[in-house]
Design a protein around this ligand. Structure first.
Ligand code: CO
Length: 214
């Protein structure tokens, strides 16, 4: 490693120093307590989009939110990364609330609906096209393209809530009586506000009902 590399991006290190000092000023024990253990109550599964910063949106500090983010907040049954985060959250941290949070104006959703190729990401976005296909009848009644895409953002959250509920991780947790609630939310980039999509499930029965309604 070249020594001068250490001088790169100095403004970020400057920001970091100020941030840590600010937190220490209001709570001197903050970092030493947090270094000992984390006890977050929530798992956030959201989009990687830089405009949707998980902790800030819900006003939570380091240690309060376990986070997994990927393009278009997808929960794919063969995605080891996402599954391992979920497993650690549920089995080890005993997190009670799993929040799947999409956002309006999601570039992943938009790209999934375009006809031109985008390369590797098209394999990932294929899942969104499947959601679109299953909801084609409803979506085609919406004439405005951005409104149609926004509705698809909501339907995508619904599918991911169902996917979380169907993982062996959550199924096993419910079977052994461990409280695990899955929430479906959407964030609006235009006003910074979250909306609960009313698809909260906490048991296999509720999952079954949600899947039937769909
Ligand atoms: Co997005």
């Amino acid at each position: 490693m070249r020594r001068d590399k250490l001088k790169l991006l100095p403004h970020l290190f400057e920001n970091n120093k100020k941030w840590a000092a600010r937190i220490r000023a209001s709570s001197p024990e903050f970092f030493s307590k947090l270094a000992a253990q984390q006890t977050p109550e929530y798992l956030w599964i959201g989009c990687s989009d830089s405009r949707v910063p998980a902790n800030e949106i819900v006003g939570l500090l380091p240690g309060e939110l376990f986070v997994h983010r990927n393009i278009a907040n997808l929960v794919i049954h063969t995605d080891m990364n996402c599954l391992l985060v979920l497993q650690y959250a549920v089995d080890i941290l005993k997190i009670k609330h799993v929040i799947v949070c999409g956002h309006y104006g999601c570039g992943g959703i938009k790209a999934a609906m375009e006809n031109q190729p985008h390369g590797l990401v098209d394999n990932w976005l294929r899942h969104i096209r499947d959601t679109w296909r299953r909801n084609q009848a409803e979506l085609e009644t919406i004439p405005n393209e951005s409104e149609r895409n926004n509705r698809l953002c909501e339907l995508n959250v619904l599918d991911q809530v169902i996917n979380v509920g169907n993982t062996t991780i959550v199924q096993d947790a419910w079977r052994r009586g461990q409280s695990t609630v899955i929430h479906g939310w959407i964030y609006d980039l235009a006003d910074g506000l979250l909306k609960d999509l009313g698809m909260c499930i906490s048991s296999r029965d509720e999952l079954r009902i949600l899947q039937k309604e769909k």
